[in-house]
Write a protein that binds this ligand. Sequence first.
Ligand code: ADP
Ligand code: MG
Length: 486
Amino acid sequence: MNWYGGPPRFGGGGGGGGGGNRGGPSGKFGNPGERLRKKHWNLDELPKFQKNFYQEHPDVTHRSPQEIEQYRRNKEVTVKGRDCPKPMIKFNEASFPSYVMDMIVKQNFTDPTPIQSQGWPVALSGKDMVGIAQTGSGKTLAYLLPAIVHIQHQPFLEHGDGPICLVLAPTRELAQQVQQVAAEYGRASRLKSTCIYGGAPKGPQIRDLERGVEICIATPGRLIDFLECNKTNLRRCTYLVLDEADRMLDMGFEPQIRKIVDQIRPDRQTLMWSATWPKEVRQLAEDFLKDYVQINIGALQLSANHNILQIVDVCNDMEKEDKLIRLLEEIMSEKENKTIIFVETKRRCDELTRRMRRDGWPAMGIHGDKSQQERDWLITFLTFPPRIPIWQNVEDVKFVINYDYPNSSEDYIHRIGRTARSQKTGTAYTFFTPNNMKQAGDLISVLREANQAINPKLIQMAEDRGGKIGTASFQQAHPRLAKWLP
Ligand code: ADP
Ligand code: MG
């Protein structure tokens, strides 16, 4: 099939542009996406579609500007951009289809999270948006539920049509987590979704695509591969989500993302999500989004709680496991010893949990596959970041261990902030390895701001990198936050 041809309803779609893009071996050994041409769109020729479905609920309408202001202040919601709708504070104000509401009830969610409250009205009104909120703040549903509404208002998929909603995610693991949620919420309405990622056989993924899916969650490389050999297409794609944009850029996916976005009609709705807002992510937003609303959740001026004693152990990756065991032995001799350990991957979380349980530690791993009950009965937690909602009550945590250093010092601050809640004190231990070197300067600024003693090895590491850390203020070390400073 020719790339530019289309099913009847979308006949003539795609406008001019390069020639057909026939099948053939994937570009695995060449430049990825080499054979994908940038498309030139003629909007007059494209079939029209709707993207604004938002009707403000009367309860929202009746809320006074003061109440809105107060809600935003309490929840640390900041908005920028033109005509940002009011947040919706209760689930019913979103007027989602009943099967979506049933699912929310089934999950025992009581209220939307702040990114959902403010993100839903924006997403439902068809606007481009950026949502910045830390890991675990509920971003997935913030874009998936409006996606369901969006899809429901589009013509049915026809034979040969690609997805209507495309979600790009950095890793297989994250893509699968999103797809699990898409499957749960889409089931009742028969929305089909699939997950496309590298490192797994292509056959089943291709079969899903051929069968037709409204929602496709993909890592960039494998998707490009399939686009190049026409296993799918983005002609019907009108709702584009870039999830974990900061991580995708960290992982070097920018050229692939650009290739993919070039294949999507420019009047699509684009939603970008990120835990942090560095320069590169800003640039991507400028390039891909039009007249967008930006939502930021969290304190604008981020700093570590001064009631936390922060200890940084500069070591090698291979030393970590033994160090952890020794550390835990000490911690367990304390009277109050509830501890959270953060690790980088789900696999490491499982491995460490297994090893610790074998050694008799009362350890519990938390990530997407674990049930709520399981979360509650043990005293030591090992967590893999994406699955600990900030509102989940893990009370009285005395120790936080960063077994793996997080992606950014913002995440570091949020993690250690699990301890020393409400005027109590706590201790944070962090294993910092040469792999984390890039972040040494940032971490030093955080420690310095909180008047902590700083490990000379950490300073050495930052200096070896050529960073001038001696005078850097916290704000200077956080250019990505500067935008939000008053
Ligand atoms: P993020 O993408 O921001 O890291 P997720 O979307 O993965 O966060 O959500 C983290 C967890 O929070 C998930 O387990 C999800 O089911 C749960 N969650 C989402 N929305 C709500 C809500 N409104 N109330 C309670 N829990 C929620
Ligand atoms: Mg997420």
